[in-house]
Design a binder for this molecule. Structure first.
Ligand code: MG
Ligand code: ZN
Length: 233
């Protein structure tokens, strides 16, 4: 199986706007998964893709500093996968994604999931042209993530507390974390997940399906509203 591998591209400050237009023109909803290294972004995709791929045509752009390991894990799941390599950069930029879109059969898709680089340092201020963000924090990553990277959680539509089976075994103040998350983002849905025991996986899959459906309903009604009103003759 050959997986397309794409490296960094020249800077393009308009790439986020161009990506969004490209997604909208192709009728694709784009969701950006962010989370520090080891929060389980790839594992989450491995658990979720088999649940949604029969209901939704989905593709994945995965990213890494230098390795193609994530793409190799995801490609056997039978969805189009492109591996983006940032060559050491700690986040994706919209122009990286734009570059990868050339390898993605966008017109065949309804949902494009982007697995961002494992870091939260500058993900929040890098608009990729996505429609929504999902932010992960894990029980093993410590309970400081919400305090250290508030913007990452403030801009998320869905927040996942991953590896929740380990809560109780690690130093992690759940109540304080939930309070912090609620303070920076009162609107996001928060879901506990554990990919090994399949906790929360159906809810996340359902959230994605619902999000794509709602997006299409909104687009269709917007398109209808802009149609000229027929004049009676
Ligand atoms: Mg990964
Ligand atoms: Zn960065």
């Amino acid at each position: 199986m050959t997986i397309p591998v794409v490296h960094q591209s020249p800077r393009n400050p308009r790439a986020a706007i161009e990506n969004r237009r490209t997604f909208d023109a192709a009728g694709v909803v784009c969701v950006n998964l962010t989370g520090a290294a080891g929060t389980g972004k790839t594992s989450l995709l491995e658990a979720i893709l088999p649940r949604i791929r029969d209901k939704l045509r989905v593709g994945v752009i995965t990213s890494d500093l230098a390795t193609t390991r994530d793409a190799q894990r995801l490609a056997p799941l039978g969805v189009p996968v492109v591996q983006l390599l940032t060559d050491g950069a700690c986040h994706l930029r919209a122009d990286h994604v734009r570059h990868a879109l050339a390898e993605m059969p966008l017109h065949e898709l309804e949902l494009l999931l982007i697995e961002n680089v494992g870091s939260l340092v500058c993900q929040a201020r890098n608009d990729l042209g996505e429609h929504a963000r999902v932010a992960l924090l894990s029980a093993t990553g410590g309970d400081g993530a919400a305090t250290k990277h508030p913007a990452a959680f403030a801009t998320a539509a869905l927040i996942l507390l991953t590896k929740c089976d380990l809560l109780g075994h690690v130093e992690f103040d759940v109540e304080q974390t939930l309070n912090r998350l609620r303070r920076v983002n009162p609107y996001a849905e928060i879901v506990y997940t554990d990919t090994r025991k399949r906790v929360g996986i159906d809810r996340v899959a359902g959230w994605l399906l619902g999000y794509v459906r709602a997006h299409h309903v909104e687009r269709t009604s917007r398109a209808r509203a802009s149609e000229p009103v027929p004049v009676p003759t």
